[in-house]
Write a protein that binds this ligand. Structure first.
Ligand SMILES: Nc1ncnc2c1ncn2[C@@H]1O[C@H](COP(=O)(O)OP(=O)(O)OP(=O)(O)O)[C@@H](O)[C@H]1O
Length: 673
């Protein structure tokens, strides 16, 4: 076959040479002229070939020179003479006379000198043209546009890169993900994989259980995303000016970060000399009360709130202590907690357990609730400041905020009432407010324990009372009057008309007005009445959720970068390792160090530091994906220059880090969590 190819090429070179020379020898001779061999008339041989079928007809179906002097037969139906037949069977050979149309200057008829190999060459048939039943060419290495199929994105089979045409190791660009073949083949058919797992094979087994297959999504093959791009979701980009985009684009909004940091700080806050005791499995108690005043109004006992850490699970909780409470019936805690633990609602502070203790020097009853850092009660937020400042009139709470509270308390009561319980402790001092007007009912379940034996009222009656208390809470916040001062309810309701819509006044009036005899109201009735406001609130809440989701996606990208940055820092400038002196200054590690310089220590031509965060993120993303892009690394003294691909750097990076892991006691960081 090689001989055939050689002969064919040789033939083309030989035949094409006169024309090529005429054009400076750069362009290949158009084969049509070469093949068309009917120039007998023009070159003066004067041989009539009416019996020989014209080659142009054979090849193209028509001949441009039919009317310009071509003497060959142009009628395919006309039977050709045996000689002509023989000639046509020869297809293309050295004896074919050259044709040049009349009027065109002809080169002197040179006698061709062909090797015997060339003479025996297989007939040339142009690709992509000619008869449809052509045999496929064996010359696969030849450039053949006709054979190149257009790229159509199809099911990309990560498990079989060969099937995806991704095996061109020496190609200009080969997809870094084709190298994940071994990984992909070990993955479950659902194809989920963890980009960050160093050992994908080990992960493969657990992949199926870790990412349970979702019924809604078919177990089809995956198309890996471009991980070398820093690309969180595109939605919810803030409308920032170009000069503001630089860093804010990559991180969560500054306000949100600040709030979260403050909350984390509050959660970790301790008071070493607080004098507070350590309870059985609770430590680091931190007082949450803002005043030392003993107030028994809510529960019948003075109550105190603390933040504490649970030594069993390390989590923080809010403990509420009822001072001087003596438990008479053990069953009360068990029964009440069993019922209240069922309430999982976004607007109710979840209660976890209740117990008694003598650690405070008295007999105390303690309830452990979820801790919501930096929350304030509605009383503190809306009523106390105004109350304390006699020179400033309380500012009206906006109506949409009030509707937000109404919708949230309704949601809480719906959950509580449908579990055949009553909130009971429904007052501005026991509703906590965290960010964004988010409220939760705190202090639920306490009165059920404390009045376990003394309470004889049916739960339906307590639920009716909840609705009235609910109305009073809203009226109190709306009018700015402390609940204790809310004696003239009718006057308070009338004052609402001046500031708020008739709908709001109607809703509060409905809640506060006790049902007429024989009639009962329910939270479901109320939901029907405020359906429009509930829908608006639901929509706002979904929008808020979407926005947070987009911030989360951005942080995911940052997590990817942070992880690799930390790994890189464990390698570079480490010094010795496992008896190898200057481990981090030699071999792969040296190049990684230069890469670190290239990413983070870039300088401008004038020596000024270049702090482009985009450059850093893009380089670290490319390292993460290990793409084939080249990078030039120069030593600080400019003595050495390395030209490497990110793929090679990634391999060095993994090798160096794995070496570190081998020498470490704990294994890969994050492997256990
Ligand atoms: N689950 C909780 N998570 C975080 N903070 C809470 C929680 N429950 C209450 N707090 C906070 O603890 C502080 C004290 O709460 P508490 O209910 O004792 O208020 P209070 O006004 O001191 O009431 P009282 O005068 O009846 O004791 C408030 O600032 C409140 O926001």
């Amino acid at each position: 076959m090689a001989a055939t190819r050689y002969a064919s090429n040789d033939l083309r070179r030989q035949v094409g040479s006169p024309r090529s020379k005429a054009r400076g020898g750069l362009l290949p001779l158009p084969l049509v002229c070469c093949v068309h061999s009917s120039g007998a008339l023009a070159d003066g041989h004067g041989v009539e070939n009416k019996d020989t079928l014209c080659r142009n007809i054979l090849i193209y179906g028509h001949c441009r020179y039919e009317d310009q002097g071509c003497t060959f037969n142009h009628d395919q139906n006309k039977p050709s003479s045996p000689q002509a037949d023989l000639a046509s069977k020869k297809a293309f050979n050295v004896d074919s006379p050259a044709f040049t149309p009349a009027g065109q200057q002809t080169a002197p008829n040179k006698k061709t000198t062909l090797s015997s190999q060339a003479a025996n060459a297989a007939p040339f048939t142009p690709r992509g043209v000619g008869t449809p039943n052509q045999q496929p060419s064996t010359e696969t290495s030849m450039f053949n546009p006709a054979a190149i199929r257009e790229f159509t994105p199809q099911n990309y089979d990560i498990a079989n890169p060969n099937a995806n045409g991704g095996t061109q190791e020496n190609g200009l660009y080969s997809d870094p993900f084709t190298t994940m073949g071994s990984m992909g083949s070990n993955l479950p058919s659902a194809g989920q994989f963890n980009m960050y797992a160093s050992d994908h094979n080990a992960l493969a087994g657990s992949g199926a259980t870790f990412y349970p297959q979702h019924g809604a999504f078919p177990a089809g093959p995956l198309q890996p995303p471009n991980y070398h791009l820093y690309q969180p979701f595109d939605c919810y980009r803030q409308e920032l000016q170009p000069w503001q985009r630089a860093t804010y684009d990559f991180f969560m909004p500054a306000k949100m970060r600040e709030e979260l940091q403050k909350k984390m700080f509050a959660t970790q806050q301790v008071m070493p000399n607080s004098g507070l005791p350590q309870l059985e499995h609770w430590h680091s108690l931190f007082p949450l009360d803002t005043s030392n005043r003993k107030n028994a109004a809510s529960f019948g006992y003075p109550s105190w709130a603390y933040k504490a850490q649970n030594s069993r699970n390390g989590r923080h909780y809010a403990l509420r202590r009822l001072e001087g409470y003596r438990l008479t019936n053990e069953k009360s805690i068990l029964t009440v907690m069993k019922e209240w633990k069922k309430i999982k609602n976004a607007n109710v502070v979840t209660v976890h357990e209740a117990f008694t203790t003598r650690e405070f020097g008295d007999s105390s009853l303690i309830f452990a609730y979820d801790y919501h850092p930096l929350s304030k009660t509605l009383l503190e937020h809306h009523l106390q400041a105004a109350h304390g400042n006699r020179f400033r009139a309380p500012s009206a709470v906006p109506e949409n905020v009030l509707w937000g509270y109404i919708c949230q308390i309704t949601n809480a009561l719906k959950a509580i009432h449908s579990n055949k319980l009553a909130a009971r402790c429904l007052e501005p001092g026991k509703i906590i407010l965290s960010d964004n007007n988010r409220i939760r009912l705190g202090g639920c379940s306490i009165l059920d324990v404390v009045q376990f034996e003394s309470n004889t009222r049916p739960v339906q009656e307590l639920q009716q009372e909840d609705l009235v208390k609910f109305g009073r809470v809203i009226l109190s916040v709306a009018t700015g009057a402390l609940p204790a001062h809310l004696n003239n309810v009718a006057a308070g309701l009338d004052s609402l008309a001046a500031k708020y819509s008739a709908n709001l006044k109607e809703a509060v009036t409905w809640l506060i007005t006790p049902p007429s005899a024989g009639e009962s109201k329910s939270i479901e009735n109320f939901i029907g009445g405020i359906a429009a406001q509930m829908t608006t609130f639901f929509d706002l809440s979904l929008q808020d959720n979407d926005e947070k989701q987009s911030h989360l996606a951005r942080e995911l990208e940052n997590g990817r970068i942070a992880r690799n940055t930390m790994k890189l820092q464990t390698i570079v400038d480490r010094g010795d390792l496992g008896g190898v002196q200057s481990w981090s200054e030699t071999g792969d590690r040296y190049q990684l160090k230069l890469f670190r310089d290239y990413v983070f220590h870039r300088v401008e031509a004038d020596g000024k530091p270049n702090l482009s965060i985009g450059h850093m993120l893009s380089c670290m993303s490319k390292l993460d994906a290990g793409i084939d892009e080249m990078v030039v690394l120069t030593s600080r003294d400019n003595e050495s220059v390395f030209v490497l691909t990110y793929r090679e750097l990634r391999q060095m990076f993994d090798r160096a880090f794995n070496e570190l892991v081998k020498h470490s006691k704990t294994g890969a960081p994050g492997a256990n969590n």
